[in-house]
Design a protein around this ligand. Structure first.
Ligand code: M6R
Length: 618
């Protein structure tokens, strides 16, 4: 959940680039930040708070010029956010930054304390530094320390460490080098003519390079300004593939928007077009490069979707899409529950993992369980080369570009679209769907961009901003939907709670009478999704139930039927489309609503309290 960036330059001071890299990584964690450079005494600066606080500290108390350094932005797990708990952590001649959790830190710390070592922080990461320094001490007994000696010490440390880690390390007596290691926490190497980088993700250095090596589990090594060396768990040197990423460096900026979230909401029309064009061939072949054969796709009796948060909501909506298009029963589960409930699975199951980052620890854990039980696992993911992509038989890559706001928006749209494509592909393979129906669906999806752009218009946005202003002081929100709108209600509630800190719940509207109705009062805002379709009248009934009990009622509807409009305190009109694509539209006003309520309440939208973008620990 933390962000790491480190660099070795041929010339020049590394500090401004590292600070810039931290700014791009701040969405991964933002309670404290720190930086160390390779100079005599391994000088370190750390600050509680944002990267900006660290930048100010460095301005007041500059670090010596150095072309090698490591930096970190933190999302606290062990030890409160504080200056002393911030990274880098030092032990002897080692200073390091760590993303992950050292699970056995207590027992390791105990043994080091017995040896007389002192610790200043409450963190597990300081114990990592001590562990490595201890192992380097043992290597030094065999002679002067060289890079391979550090590798041996790192390798021994990795064998003793339990848990997840991405590490960037400086060793005082080895100038010009940054050492690294990864296990269950993402780490990439960035390569450029001016020098090389180690980072938690590509965003950190996208302004400097587009050439990356995605490190694998258990790999370690070092970079200098001109070369890199990567080793496997047996300390055999490997030749990893260098991948060129064509993401635009601008895409990690706000492009004039006040918040990333707003920018990302408004990119959803483009995301739809890009994801569709990259996953269909000119002859309308769906997922032409998908590596799971039609024969295999025909062999499944069940599809199981695993994901977390917004991606899980995309999966819940995906259940309707997949069942309808393929005739295969679909289960959907929280990745965090699935992985520990000993699920009944076998080779006739297709497990679909959905994740924007591809680094969510629970989703990765769920896929590992699925594979152990013989199921075929595939993924929908936004990050090429991520840990998830490497675990599964194949991935449908969504074309969102980097999503930086902690509240996921454009990734949801792209994930739902990818599910449609998978559904069509499986439906065709199983002859559940004919060519004509496939073309009809593709046409519907393509043309839904117009409706999406209508919803993203200034007119709709400013109307929702007005509604948000009216209700931002209310403290409880219910989001109600039925059928495919139920997952949208869940997503609307999640968006609101995470960025405005208001209590918000999503319910299938039919459940209200079975308990939640007891909570309805004048203090509540109910947002009802009342799209045209077989359950429209039922939702109308549910709206009446809450309205008679005094709740304020905001209705999203695509019908001009009077009843819904007359019942509502406020109405948001959605363009009328085929039910197949309607949920893709319904989510957009809810994203705006969450955004404007949070704005009205003065909340920090892109970096909500207690949360981080990428949940790489359990
Ligand atoms: O990267 P992932 O899609 O796997 O992330 C899953 C969730 O952590 C994520 O969707 C989270 O719920 C978002 N903050 C929701 O806006």
């Amino acid at each position: 959940m933390c962000g790491i960036v480190a660099a070795c330059f041929k010339n020049g001071d590394v500090v401004p680039t590292l600070v810039e890299g931290l700014r791009c990584l701040e969405y991964r964690g933002y309670d404290s930040a720190g930086l160390a450079v390779l100079a005599p005494g391994l000088p370190v600066r750390k600050a509680k708070g944002r990267v900006e606080d660290l930048a100010q500290l460095i301005e007041q108390n500059p670090l010596p010029d150095s072309s090698v350094g490591i930096a970190h932005t933190r999302w606290a797990t062990h030890g409160e956010p504080s200056q002393v708990n911030s990274h880098p952590h030092r032990a002897g001649s080692v200073v390091l930054v760590h993303n992950g959790i050292l699970e056995n830190f207590e027992s390791l710390k105990e043994s080091f304390v017995e040896e007389g070592r002192e610790f200043v922080s409450q963190t597990d990461s300081e114990v990592w530094a001590a562990l490595l320094d201890h192992e380097i001490g043992l290597v030094r007994k065999d002679g002067p320390l060289d890079p391979m000696g550090v590798m041996r010490a790192l390798n021994r440390s990795m064998a003793r460490a339990r848990g997840s880690y991405g590490l960037a390390i400086l060793v005082e007596e080895l100038p010009g080098l940054v050492f690294f290691a990864r296990n269950e926490s993402p780490l990439v190497l960035g390569l450029s003519p001016d020098g090389n980088y180690v980072a938690s993700d590509v965003q950190a250095v996208l302004a400097r390079t587009h050439d990356f090596i995605y490190l694998l589990e258990g790999q370690c090594g070092w970079i200098d300004a001109e070369s890199f060396h990567v080793f496997d768990r047996d300390l055999g040197e490997v030749q990893p593939e260098v991948e060129h990423l064509d993401w635009d460096a601008e895409s990690v900026g706000k492009s004039g928007y006040e918040h990333f979230m707003l920018k990302e909401i408004e990119e959803q029309g483009i995301v739809l077009a890009q994801t569709l064009s990259s996953t269909t061939s000119s002859k309308d072949r769906i997922l032409p490069d998908f590596r799971v054969s039609d024969d295999t796709l025909r062999s499944f009796d069940r599809i199981v979707i695993v994901a977390c948060g917004t991606a899980l909501h995309a999966g819940r909506l995906g259940r309707y899409i997949l069942e309808e298009a393929t005739g295969i029963p679909v289960d959907v589960d929280f990745a965090s529950e699935f992985r520990y409930r000993n699920p009944l699975l076998g080779e006739r199951d297709l497990v679909l993992a959905i994740s924007q980052s591809g680094e969510t620890a629970d989703t990765l854990g769920a896929v590992k369980v699925a594979r152990e039980k013989g199921a075929t696992a595939v993924a929908i993911c936004n990050v090429r080369g991520s840990s998830l992509c490497r675990l599964v038989a194949d991935t449908i890559l969504t074309q969102c570009g980097p999503e930086i706001g902690v509240a996921s928006t454009k990734a949801f749209t792209a994930q739902v679209l990818a599910i449609h494509l998978l559904a069509m592909r499986v439906g065709m393979a199983r002859r559940q769907m004919g060519e004509e129906e496939l073309l009809r669906r593709l046409q519907l999806l393509r043309s839904s961009r117009t409706a999406i752009e209508t919803l993203l218009s200034h007119q709709v946005r400013s109307h929702i901003a007005e509604v948000a202003k009216k209700y931002a002081h209310k403290s409880v929100y219910f989001f109600l939907g039925r059928g495919a709108d139920y997952p949208i209600a869940l997503e609307g509630a999640l968006k609101l709670k995470e960025i405005s800190y208001l209590h918000a719940e999503g319910y299938p509207a039919g459940e209200m009478k079975h308990g939640p109705l007891a909570l309805v009062s004048e203090d509540m805002v109910v947002v009802a999704l009342a799209g045209e379709g077989p359950v429209y009248d039922k939702v109308l009934g549910n709206m009446q139930e809450v309205k008679t009990r005094g709740a304020k009622l905001v209705v999203l509807t695509n019908t001009d039927k009077r009843e819904a409009i007359e019942l509502a305190d406020d109405v948001v009109l959605i363009p009328r489309t085929d039910p197949l694509v309607a949920p893709l539209l319904h989510v957009i006003p809810l994203q705006y609503l969450a955004y404007y309520v949070a704005l009205e309440r003065g909340c920090e939208i892109d970096k909500p309290r207690n949360l981080a973008k990428s949940v790489t620990v359990e």
